[in-house]
Design a protein around this ligand. Sequence first.
Ligand code: GDP
Ligand code: GDP
Length: 436
Amino acid sequence: MTKPVVAIVGRPNVGKSTIFNRLAGERISIVEDIPGVTRDRIYSSAEWLNFDFNIIDTGGIDIGDEPFIEQIRHQAEIAIEEADVIIFMTNGRDGITASDEEVAKILYRSKKPVVLAVNKVDNPEMRDQIYDFYGLGFGEPFPISGTHGLGLGDMLDAVAAHFPKDLVEDYDDEIIRFSLIGRPNVGKSSLVNAILGEDRVIVSDIAGTTRDAIDTEYQFNGQDYVIIDTAGMRKKGKVYESTEKYSVLRALKAIDRSDVVLVVINAEEGIIEQDKKIAGYAHDAGRAIVIVVNKWDTIHKDEKTMRDFEQKIRDHFLFLDYAPIVFLSAKTKKRMHTLLPMIGLASENHSLRVQTNILNDVIMDAVAMNPTPTSNGSRLKIYYATQVAVKPPAFAIFVNDPELMHFSYERFLENRIRDAFGFEGTPIKIFARSRK
Ligand code: GDP
Ligand code: GDP
């Protein structure tokens, strides 16, 4: 589960986000058709040949109203702090600029391995121009072209050569790993403390399992859990913590290591855009999700309050219609007991496997009820379906032509599968495959 982290650093316009998007490939927002989910990704899992890693586009980290050079500097510092390997990106058409040298100065001071990429080398004749870049002092420059996808293999070989060898996940599959995400002050730390209240057996408390979270392993009712807590680490640094996107970055890394993500909302303040963005990442990453409405004690309630609040959440988080909602107070502990069973349920559904014959009955009934779509005179034919993965559950549906599977029909099938099997708390994925 723990994957190396690669950060791309460099001044604006050298092509960082182009390369990021290329490496992140189709992992970038799988829910683009659904409103409310961000597209400006700065963090993604990535895959290149046999390398699996996470990638950060530091150019997307918004530092605020700082002078240009300060922004680049901060982005480089974040890369040094967060990444296992840094790709220092430059532009072969411009040669070495003063800003490149600024970035280089910061990177010299770190002990993190740096791979120097010279982008926009779109054709082989331009390769002669890259020798100047030895002058930056990071060894061999790798000529690449983000637009044409050239040279990336050699560059990534160099990156992968620096991957740490000891990145083994230290938890077995039976353990439920969960994290809490949400804006500052929604009550994440308070919730962690409330969860770890008197009657839990704390197995171990490991700071530094990763650099940016405290993992607490504990047992409750015979089940092992690990809380991946980034909130507690929040007050550590100065520079980084002042930027909103940086704490987001931390949350994203925690999401990556979790089975279940608790999206924490402050009942007092309601929902804002930032809540949606973070929840969108958890959804895209395929994690189980429970929505936690904290500070419920501060709300003046009547018999309709909870229902109304739930409706508001449903309206805002259309893409999270599967996520259960719990209302509680970390402060008074009221309804705290409802949380762990919900985490358990979401986790169970996240790794649920259904029987193939029952799945196919469900799909065939669905098709009988709502005929498959047609396009240019061809009708989608569904032959059979099978579950191909868990965490999250994923289904391959074998068809005559995957192009004929429209989003709306896929959504319909998803709803039928959910009606039949539940899957409360977990996203599910459906892939149309050609039967060949
Ligand atoms: P960033 O600011 O470093 O993230 O840079 P972008 O990825 O936004 O790219 C800046 C501009 O350079 C865009 O217009 C890209 O289309 C262009 N660009 C990116 N990679 C290449 C490349 O390999 N060759 C050429 N010719 N242009 C590129
Ligand atoms: P974090 O930034 O998300 O980790 O939030 P904290 O756990 O530090 O909590 C922020 C503030 O909200 C603190 O003053 C807490 O005492 C308060 N708080 C947390 N949970 C509750 C709650 O359930 N009810 C009330 N009234 N206050 C709470």
